[in-house]
Write a protein that binds this ligand. Structure first.
Ligand code: SAH
Ligand code: SF4
Ligand code: F3S
Length: 469
């Protein structure tokens, strides 16, 4: 996962079909910004709204309710929401002119961080709802329709997951053969650059039984690959079916027993929470894909300390050595921040050095963005924008080269591919490699949901081309 495809990863979800039979067909348009957890949350909100009589639409002008599921991680991500709200406000006015209502809701991390401020800046907004209260969405909407403006950002005491309705099986089938499943939410780590502990609250782990039940439903609907999600997914812990305290490693072993689930992944992990059992899972569990997103942010110990990451570059490298010893073909992915306050040329070179040493199969890198309320924002020696630009360019060039080399290294080899969907071009299907690359195959190579052996023939920009082995 990349809890970080933030600006890249906008999706309009329009996959709900069956409205509650009695209610008039109301339509909801959901736009998702930010990380995979928001993608998952958007689906769960769509499910909650389906139970309330809403069908999803991908035509915003048709929507009785527009819901923006937002991201606060960097300034650009947050500001995007306000420009989008400007556009939607005009559509709301157009619909009002012909006597039709359009409610506007803001959910997600901007909602949690800015609350009522959103309605102050954008008075067309009708409701603001934080991630911990999505199960209350139907009630909130009922009140909004009664004329109230609502800001719901208190943390709920009840377990939202217990109150969020599950989608119908037919709907799950439509969503495809890969799925996200949130197992852990929130963060207690307080890295000094990061808003997540403030927008998602403190760490909460979902109970084993809930997770297993959800995974079984997914498998029953044809899902072959599940990615467990959490802001600190490897900090997940809970009481297992044997009454013992389980960590993520045990949970993965349990989920691998579910018939039909052939592939498991998890993301995003913190280096400090990679315990022995989880590393053992990488060694002993064939279903656990050999791909690990393990952000390090910087290769400089000075900067790591200022970021409150609570490990050194050496700790990280030693950890990778243990993981690679457990699973030789594991590919690494990471996140990097350039231009954290006080970052010198030497600090940045240390990051470049670490990247050369690790050799990443893919990675995400960002310019530091000061976030209000985080300690980093108040630190001295902010790095000039031009320096950040230059460092980011150099880092990204290196990471891109590593990513391309990783793809090239696979040419000629035989790998498993999960066939996921029809290709963009006629006659093709798109699969997924163990390392998350799209794999383009002939459409006759297999049906969606099949895992086939293919030989890689060449690489594209970000994809692999393959033929049946
Ligand atoms: N929980 C994950 C990361 C969640 S945020 C972890 O600990 O690794 C996803 C990524 O966004 C981070 O890894 C970081 O690289 C980036 N990020 C977070 N805050 C940022 C900020 N203020 N400026 C720039 N990038 C940031
Ligand atoms: Fe943010 Fe750090 Fe928590 Fe990750 S571990 S979500 S970067 S505070
Ligand atoms: Fe963004 Fe919130 Fe995810 S800030 S990265 S949507 S946890």
């Amino acid at each position: 996962m990349d809890l970080n495809t933030i600006e890249r990863n906008e999706t309009d979800s329009a996959s709900q079909s069956a409205a509650a039979a009695s209610a008039p067909a109301k339509k909801v348009f959901v736009k998702t910004y930010g990380c995979q957890m928001n993608v998952y949350d958007s689906q769960r909100m769509t499910d909650a709204l389906a139970a309330d009589g809403y069908t999803a639409t991908d035509v915003i002008a048709d929507a009785d309710l527009v819901l923006l599921n937002t991201c606060h991680i960097r300034e650009k991500a947050a500001e995007k929401v306000y420009s989008e709200l400007g556009r939607i406000r005009d559509m709301k006015a157009e619909r009002a002119a012909v006597g039709r209502e359009m409610l506007i809701g803001v959910a997600g991390c901007v909602a949690q961080a800015e609350g009522a401020e959103i309605i102050r800046r954008s008075p067309a907004v009708d409701l603001v709802i934080g991630p911990q209260t999505y199960h209350r969405l139907p009630d909130v909407l009922a009140r909004v329709r009664g004329g109230e403006k609502i800001v719901e950002t208190e943390y709920a005491i009840e377990d939202k997951f217990e109150h969020l309705p599950q989608p119908k099986r037919a709907e799950m089938i439509k969503r495809g053969v890969t799925a996200f499943l949130t197992v852990q939410e929130g963060c207690d780590k307080f890295c000094t650059f990061c808003v997540v502990p403030y927008t998602r609250g403190s760490e909460v782990s979902r109970p084993v039984a809930q997770i297993v039940a959800e995974a079984e439903r997914l498998a029953d609907a044809g899902v072959r690959e599940v990615t467990l999600l959490g802001q600190n997914v490897n900090a997940w812990h809970g009481k297992g079916e044997d009454g013992m305290e389980w960590g993520l490693g045990r949970l993965l072993f349990r989920l691998a027993q579910i018939p039909g689930l052939a592939r498991l992944r998890y993301t995003t992990s913190h280096p400090r929470d990679m315990d022995d059992e989880l590393i053992a899972a990488h060694r002993d569990l064939p279903a656990l894909m050999p791909y690990l997103h393990l952000p390090v942010q910087s290769g400089s110990d000075r900067i790591l300390k200022a970021m409150n990451r609570r490990h050194t570059a050496k700790d990280y490298l030693a950890l990778l050595e243990r993981i690679r010893a457990a699973r030789g073909d594991i590919a690494l992915s990471g996140d990097f921040i350039v231009g954290f306050p006080g970052e010198t040329d030497a600090d940045f070179e240390a990051t470049m050095g670490l990247v050369r040493q690790v050799n990443y199969a893919s990675a995400f890198s960002f310019k530091y963005s000061p976030r209000p309320g985080t300690p980093g924002a108040d630190m001295p020696d902010h790095v000039p924008e031009a320096v950040k630009d230059e460092r980011l360019q150099r880092l990204q060039a290196l990471l891109l080269k590593q990513q391309q080399d990783f793809g090239l290294g696979l040419v000629g080899s035989t790998i498993d591919t999960l066939i996921e969907k029809p290709g963009r071009q006629a006659g093709q299907k798109v699969g997924r490699s163990p390392w998350l690359q799209p794999v383009i195959v002939d459409e006759k190579a297999g049906k969606i949901g099949d895992i086939i052996r293919v030989r890689i023939t060449k690489t594209g920009y970000n994809s692999l081309f393959a033929e049946l082995a």
